[in-house]
Write a protein that binds this ligand. Structure first.
Ligand code: SAT
Ligand code: MN
Length: 579
């Protein structure tokens, strides 16, 4: 895209929104410090106890605490291209609707122009973006989450083919006038009325997933809601990418510290915790880069046990959003093992049983602060994938781990992923919803076509990763988790790796390859043989019902569903009947 086009768009945006001034961000430390100072002064940031060096608290508007999927739209010309997985508006209508809200909305405010790069600045797989915003909070967060400023601008000026533009304003934060609009055909995002996370940091879900997924389809790659981690064992590192819905533990898994007995032999390296851009390498393998430069992670539940790496990286140079405070102004959240809440996330005295921190409270922190951050994450080519893992939060049915028979079956497995909802999006928590590849809220085109695109990689790649599905959340009849999770998930990753290296065989079942009982090491765990059997039990009736539910879900995508899926379902049904 020619730089003139971008400059003109900035001018037009200023004409539309009438800011008091326009500032092009250079991404420097001085600029960041200045933004922080401005926010401390106007009260939109609060300083914390000195023990938390350069840490700040931002309290968002209480009606603006999570992504709002109802108000998120994908607007290609043809409704069918958005698919039943997206809200759609005709692009002209969508522009008219939001432009009316943008009109003069920045009066008296500064309009910031943020050039940014998703991915290592010198990587051929990195992509450029420009976000316009009137929120200093967004500027500060974008500086942590992306490679922002001069270098990105230089790359844009060199005439990068595709630059994604995003216009954002908090406007008056009225939930009724909140819209997050995507125009994949114009590589354009318009977001108004929210200052929160995925609604406002446009590099993240809007660009790196919704717009990027549609670019990826055109260009033969994948933009996925996946963590990337390296698992080092005896000098060899295997990389896995894993998709889980929001707030299901991607960050914890990406930063896993092996349990004591494994610590000598295994080390987990963090490449990314939320998004993976995956391309076919010259060697026919799939390679992944993390387009982000920071973590925007869920705070509640983070502690020495669940994620020691995260805990140690967020005690300095971190922006907290919607956590509680102790009496001496330390950040506090449910699950924190020290201190007690004095002021809740809204800034009111904490009392009663209501959570003190918002369940979707977040930290924003640079990746480089993570003790397990992988040097490979800064490499140009990314990392080669040995395995892809799909995970959901299901209290029943899905086993602890199962391996797909082949790529087609794995894609089907990903497409049938379902999970109980969390606080990361507004709406009811704990209801099972289908969330194919954990991409339901983020796939920027028709999900049926997306599945076909996944399948088509078989024609492009010669050495595809193996595909697995995991479920850390299976419960017994009384609702107690059967599996300890967290660091002990390494025991499952060990099996995944052993399978990738052809070192163990597995049990062939209708739903895929399950581990032999002795191949998941439970030594030292409070997991009895009976519990282990429960973790892998195949509830035949449950699976038959699941197939019926899946078929009815797929039917909502009509002719877009790949024919290969019907064949998978048929095979599973027949094998269940005969089992
Ligand atoms: O608010 S975000 O979309 O960035 C976080 C998430 O839902 O994964
Ligand atoms: Mn996410």
């Amino acid at each position: 895209m020619h730089f003139n086009t971008i400059e003109n768009w900035v001018k037009e945006s200023a004409q539309l929104t009438s800011p008091a001034s326009v500032k092009w961000c250079d991404g420097s430390q001085q600029e960041y410090d200045h933004i922080i100072a401005t926010m401390l002064k106007d009260g939109s940031l609060l300083s914390l106890n000195d023990k938390y060096r350069n840490c700040y608290l931002h309290r968002s508007h209480p009606s603006d605490v999570a992504r709002t999927e109802q108000q998120t739209f994908v607007c290609p010309r043809d409704r069918d291209d958005a698919g039943p997985n997206n809200n759609w508006l005709d692009p002209q209508q969508a522009h008219a609707k939001v432009d009316a809200l943008f009109r003069n909305c920045m009066q008296g405010r500064t309009m910031y122009v943020i050039p940014y790069c998703m991915g290592p600045i010198d990587s051929p797989y990195a992509r450029l973006g420009m976000e316009i915003t009137d929120s200093p909070y967004v500027v500060a967060n974008m500086r942590i989450m992306t490679r922002m400023g001069e270098q990105a601008l230089a790359r844009i000026k060199r005439g990068e083919a595709e630059v994604v533009r995003g216009l954002h304003s908090v406007a008056d934060l009225d939930p009724q006038k909140r819209f997050i609009m995507h125009f994949p055909e114009e590589l354009l995002i318009k977001s108004v009325g929210s200052g929160y996370g995925g609604n406002a940091l446009l590099g993240k879900k809007c660009h790196a997933l919704r717009i990027a997924s549609s670019q990826a389809r055109r260009q033969g790659w994948l933009a996925e809601h996946m963590l990337i981690a390296g698992i080092e064992h005896r000098g060899e590192t295997h990389y896995v990418a894993a998709a889980f819905p929001s707030a299901c533990g991607k960050t914890n898994l990406a930063m896993l510290i092996p349990p004591d007995k494994y610590r000598q032999d295994y080390k987990v390296w963090t490449v990314g915790d939320d998004i993976a851009w995956i391309h076919v390498g010259d060697d026919g393998r799939l390679w992944a880069i993390n387009p982000e430069a920071g973590f925007f992670g869920v705070v509640p539940g983070t502690n020495e046990h669940s994620n020691p790496n995260a805990l140690s990286m967020i005690d300095h140079d971190t922006i907290y959003t919607n956590v509680a405070l102790t009496a001496d102004k330390e950040p506090w959240w449910e699950g924190k093992l020290s201190g007690k809440p004095h002021t809740n996330w809204k800034g009111e005295p904490h009392r009663g049983d209501a959570p003190a921190a918002h369940p979707n409270a977040r930290f924003t922190v640079a990746s480089k602060q993570c003790p397990s951050y992988s040097p490979a994450a800064e490499g140009k080519q990314g990392v080669p994938l040995s395995a892809i893992i799909f995970g959901g939060r299901r209290s029943t049915l899905n086993p602890l781990v199962v391996e797909a028979f082949d790529w087609s079956h794995g894609v089907y497995m990903g497409a049938t992923l379902s999970s109980e909802t969390t606080a990361a999006a507004t709406g009811k928590v704990g209801v099972v919803r289908r969330d194919p590849m954990a991409m339901l809220p983020f796939c920027g085109y028709n999900m049926g076509d997306y599945w076909s695109h996944w399948l088509s990689l078989q024609q492009q790649a010669t050495q595809l990763p193996r595909i697995f599905q995991v479920n850390w959340f299976r419960c017994d009849d009384s609702g107690k988790f059967l599996w300890p999770g967290f660091g002990d998930n390494l025991r499952v990753l060990q099996w995944v790796l052993n399978r990738c290296r052809n070192e163990v065989d597995a049990v062939n079942t209708p739903i895929g390859y399950l581990p032999n009982a002795t191949d998941i090491d439970c030594e030292g765990l409070d997991v009895s043989d009976a519990t282990k059997r429960e973790l892998f039990a195949i509830d035949r009736q449950g699976w038959q019902d699941e197939l019926t539910a899946i078929a009815s879900y797929f039917s909502t995508f009509g002719t877009h569903v790949p024919p290969a899926f019907a064949a998978q379902a048929q095979r599973i049904r027949t094998q269940l009947d005969n089992s």
